[in-house]
Ligand binder design. Structure first.
Ligand code: ADP
Ligand code: MG
Length: 304
C-alpha cells in the first residue's frame, strides 16, 4: 500500500508567498537567507561573536570497567566562542566521544567544570543539538515527519516552528522531497535532512561526532561543504569530533589536539585562511593547508 505524505501535505499559510524554489537537491543556494541576514543589527552580531558559548575546565572522566577503573580523560580545558567552529582530534579511544557526551549533558564528568553560556550544564539542554555518524532517519516516516520528530517529541509543534522547518527544507533544497521517504533520498540528502531535524529545535551549539565518516570520500567532501555552509548561514556554533585531520582544518577556526588516553590537550591550533567566503573545499586548495596538516600531525601520537 502506498504511504501517504503524513500530517503535512499542503502549502502552509504564508509559505506560498515566498514561493517554493524548484529544488536542485545537490545544488541549493543560500541567497534568500543571506539577504535576510543582512538585516540583522551589525553591532549586536559582533558583540555576540565575542561571547563565550562553552567552557570546559579541567574535565576528568573515569569509567568503571570489569577489569578496574579506566581514566579516559585526564585533564581537558578549552572554550568555544559564539559562531566559532572548534574541532577535537586525537587518537582513537582518547575520549573524544566521551567529551561530547559530557558536553551534551548525557553523562556527568567525574570532575571538572562545564558551563554553557556561563551556566553549569546539567542534563540535556535544548540549546545543544547532536549529530552522529548515522543519520538515524526513521524509514517509515516521510522526510517531513522525520525532520519534525524532535519538535513532536518535545511538544514544540507550534505553527512558528513548523514554518521554520519548512523554510529550512526550502532553503536547503529538500522542500520538494518532504513527502518522500528516507530510502528515496541520496546519502547527502539524508544527512541534510538529519541536520534539518537537529536544527528544528533551534539549538545554538551543534555537536558533530564523526558525522561524515559513514560516507564515501567524494560524498563526504560535498556533504561537509553543505553542512558547513548551513551551520554558518544559520549562525550556529559547532564542536566537531573527527579523526580526519584535513576535515578538522577545513571546517574549523581552532583545532584542539588531544593526547592518547588518558587525554590531555596537547595543543590548540588556530586556523585562518585569507578567504573572503570560506568553505571547506576552498580551504583544501590553500597553500597554508599542508602547513596546518603537518603542525597537527606532529602533535598526534600516531604509531603503526
Ligand atoms: P574516542 O571517541 O576518542 O574514540 P571514547 O570516548 O569512545 O573514545 O572512549 C574513550 C575510552 O573510554 C576508551 O578506552 C573506551 O573504551 C572507554 N569507554 C568509553 N565508554 C565507556 C563505558 N561506557 N564504559 C567503560 N569504558 C568506556
Ligand atoms: Mg568516538
Amino acid at each position: 500500500m502506498k504511504k501517504t505524505g503524513g500530517a503535512f501535505s499542503g502549502t502552509p499559510k504564508g509559505f506560498a508567498k515566498r514561493g517554493c524554489r524548484r529544488a536542485f537537491p545537490d545544488c541549493w543556494n543560500l541567497k534568500s537567507r543571506e539577504t535576510r541576514n543582512k538585516t540583522a543589527p551589525r553591532k549586536g552580531k559582533v558583540m555576540q561573536m565575542e561571547s563565550e558559548v562553552l567552557r570546559l575546565e579541567h574535565i576528568m572522566q573515569k569509567y568503571q570497567a570489569p577489569n578496574g577503573e579506566i581514566t579516559a580523560i585526564q585533564d581537558v580545558s578549552f572554550s568555544v566562542k559564539e559562531g566559532e567552529f572548534v574541532s577535537l582530534v586525537g587518537p582513537s579511544g582518547c575520549g573524544k566521544s566521551t567529551l561530547l557526551s559530557i558536553v551534551a549533558g548525557l553523562i556527568p564528568a567525574t570532575s571538572g567544570e562545564l558551563t554553557l553560556y556561563r551556566h553549569p550544564v546539567c542534563g540535556n539542554s535544548p540549546e545543544i543539538g547532536y549529530m552522529l555518524q548515522k543519520d538515524n532517519l526513521l524509514d517509515w516516516r516521510s522526510i517531513y515527519k522525520n525532520v519534525t520528530l524532535g519538535l513532536e517529541l518535545r511538544g514544540m509543534m507550534t505553527q512558528e516552528n513548523i514554518d521554520y522547518v519548512l523554510e529550512l527544507l526550502n532553503t536547503y533544497g529538500l522542500y520538494e522531497f518532504k513527502d518522500k521517504y528516507p530510502s528515496q533520498l541520496s546519502g547527502g540528502m539524508r544527512q541534510r535532512a538529519a541536520l534539518i531535524r537537529t536544527l528544528a529545535i533551534r539549538p545554538k551549539l551543534l555537536l558533530l561526532d564523526e558525522a561524515f565518516s559513514a560516507l564515501d570520500y567524494q560524498t563526504r567532501l560535498a556533504v561537509t561543504d553543505d553542512v558547513y555552509r548551513i551551520l554558518k548561514n544559520e549562525h550556529k556554533t559547532a564542536l566537531i569530533v573527527t579523526h580526519d585531520i584535513p576535515e578538522s582544518i577545513s571546517m574549523s577556526d581552532r583545532v584542539v589536539v588531544l593526547s592518547n588516553r588518558p587525554s590531555t590537550v596537547r595543543r590548540i591550533v588556530p586556523i585562518t585562511f585569507g578567504l573572503e567566503d570560506r568553505t571547506p573545499l576552498k580551504c583544501r586548495e590553500q597553500p597554508e593547508f599542508s602547513r596546518y596538516f603537518n603542525e597537527i600531525w606532529k602533535e598526534l601520537d600516531v604509531h603503526v
